[in-house]
Structures are given as C-alpha cells and as structure tokens.
Design a protein around this ligand. Structure first.
Ligand code: BJW
Length: 248
C-alpha cells in the first residue's frame, strides 16, 4: 500500500530502554536548565559543565544496561523487509536505532557518540567520554572537540534530505515526540501538504496532535511492532484496531 515512508522518532521511543525524555515528569529539563546545557551560549560560558551533562549520558548509554526495545527493533525490521523507501529521522542522540539494526537513519540533532571540530565541522567517534584531551586531528593547532549535538539556535542536520523525503512520502509516522521543538514539529505539516497519511504514536496527545490524521495512544514498544506488521502485510493503517492502543 505504501511506497515511501518517513518515521520521526523522539525521546519517547528510547524511554522504555531506560533513557530519560526531556519534558516528561522526571525528564532531563527538570534537573538541567536548557539555556545552560542546550545552547551554544551555555557551552561558551561553561564547557566543562556541558561536557559533564553529555558525559553522564554517554556513560549511561555504555553501562551495558541500555538496550534497544521492541519499537527500535520493529523499525529495523521494517527497513529490512519493506519493499519501498524508508527513512527514519531521529531527534535522539543515542545509538539505539543503530544497535537495533537501522541503517537508513538520520540523526537530525546529532550523536552522543561523536565529537565535532568547531572549526572544520569534521566529526570524530568518541571511544571515551569527553575531556579537554579530546582534540581534533584536522587542524593545527588541534581544536578542542565539542559535543556533536544540535543546540537551540543551531541548524539541524540533513534538512535537505529530510525535506525531500517529506515531499515525496505517502506515510509519515511520529513516535514518542512532544512536538514542541522545530523544525521537527513542523514535519507533519509538510507531509500533510503533500497528501501523505500522518500518524502519531505517543503515550499522550502531543502538542501538535491535531495536525495528525490518526493517533495511536500507548507505549511505543507495544504499538510500533503492530504498525510495522500492518505495513508489511500491505494494510492501511487505521483500518484495523491495534491491541494496547487507544485510537483517539
Ligand atoms: C512516549 C513514551 C513511550 C514517553 N511511548 N511515547 C519560536 C517558535 C518556533 C520555533 C522557535 C521559536 N523560538 C525558537 C525556535 C526554534 C527552536 C525551537 O523549536 N524552540 C522551541 C522550544 C520553541 N529550534 C531550534 O533552535 C532548532 N534549530 C532551528 O530552528 O534552526 C533554525 C532553522 C530555521 C529554519 C529552518 C530550520 C531550522 C534546533 C533545536 C535543537 C534541539 N536540541 C535538543 C538537544 C539535543 C541534544 C541533546 O539530546 O541533549 O534536542 S532539545 C531536545 O528536544 C532534544 C530533542 O531531540 C528535542 C525534542 O524532544 P522530544 O524528543 O520530543 O522529547 P520530549 O521529552 O519533549 O517528548 C517525549 C515524548 O515522548 C512525550 O510526548 C511523551 O509523552 C512521549 N513518550 N514515553 C510513546 N513509552
């Protein structure tokens, strides 16, 4: 039924793997001020503090307890078995989609496992967490690497590719994102404009939920595998109810 699918994922897809979201109760923004840890100005003021914030998250990602969940795995299966085009655009900086097996994947807000040279913008894989000793090998003198993440006021990564995929998709699914951060929050408008079916998967109706044609309220780990099953069976989403999902 579908030929081109774009999936947008947010922190909610990794919540059941044990990673905190940003804006839920007990989310990261309850403990950290956005302007301190998620802006270029905050980093310029106190790079060590920002590095600590990302180091803690880097360490958690590598503590051996964090694994992709059924939703990540289902999207990887979709990539392998779907007969059309699929692009997963994630706002997440964790690597759980990759660990689940996804390859047609774009990290629009960067990657926790990489550092970036502030001068050349070249990225470097971090085999250890951040510190002053992390410098680039592309410049003389070597530059201190900054986290390879997109902060407020910075341009997200891969927007041309995302725009093209949204212009041509016939199904757009947003999973576990609050719809508060742009430009990602506006992707549903582009998909609607081009006549795609738009589907939201979330525990609660998110900020822009009225823009979606179809809502599945419940846990990503329960809903996404069923959605993938339907797509692979050539069914239209919305025609059959899913278990564990309230259609709102
Ligand atoms: C579950 C679940 C389960 C839980 N199952 N669901 C005024 C108006 C409009 C825009 C602006 C404005 N002023 C400034 C702007 C622009 C600004 C912006 O959007 N600000 C808003 C806050 C107003 N945006 C930017 O600055 C961006 N850049 C930009 O706009 O460049 C200029 C440009 C111009 C023209 C075109 C294009 C660009 C950059 C944004 C950078 C965001 N960076 C962060 C940090 C990244 C690094 C890090 O991880 O630390 O990205 S902020 C943070 O929010 C992170 C996330 O990727 C992002 C989105 O959060 P997400 O994923 O939605 O998480 P939550 O916590 O909000 O939601 C989780 C959801 O999951 C909830 O809904 C739960 O219910 C659900 N959930 N468990 C299913 N089991």
């Amino acid at each position: 039924m579908y030929r081109q699918i774009v999936v947008l994922t947010g922190a909610g897809i990794s919540a059941e793997s044990g990673l905190r979201t940003f804006r839920d109760q007990d989310g990261l923004w309850e403990e950290h001020k956005i302007e301190d840890v998620a802006t270029p100005e905050g980093y310029a003021r106190d790079p060590e503090m920002v590095e600590r914030f990302y180091n803690e998250r880097w360490q958690q990602l590598h503590n051996g307890k964090i694994e992709p969940n059924a939703a990540h795995k289902a999207l990887a299966r979709l990539e392998q078995e779907f007969d059309g085009q699929l692009l997963v655009v994630t706002q997440n900086i964790d690597d759980l989609h990759e660990r689940a097996g996804s390859r047609r994947l774009l990290h629009m807000h960067g990657e926790l496992t990489k550092g970036r040279c502030p001068r050349s913008h070249q990225t470097f894989l971090l085999t250890d967490h951040f510190g002053v000793n992390h410098t680039c090998t592309c410049c003389i003198p070597a530059q201190r690497l900054r986290p390879h993440v997109v902060w407020f006021g910075e341009m997200p990564i891969g927007l041309d590719r995302i725009q093209h995929a949204l212009d041509t998709c016939d199904l757009f699914i947003a999973i576990g994102t609050s719809g508060t951060v742009y430009p990602a929050a506006g992707f549903v408008d582009t998909a609607n404009h081009h006549g795609a079916q738009t589907v939201e998967v979330n525990l609660v109706p998110a900020d822009r939920h009225s823009q979606f044609q179809y809502h599945l309220q419940g846990k990503a780990s329960e809903i996404v595998p069923q959605l993938v099953e339907q797509i692979l069976a050539g069914e239209v989403i919305g025609e059959k109810p899913l278990s564990g999902a309230a259609n709102v």
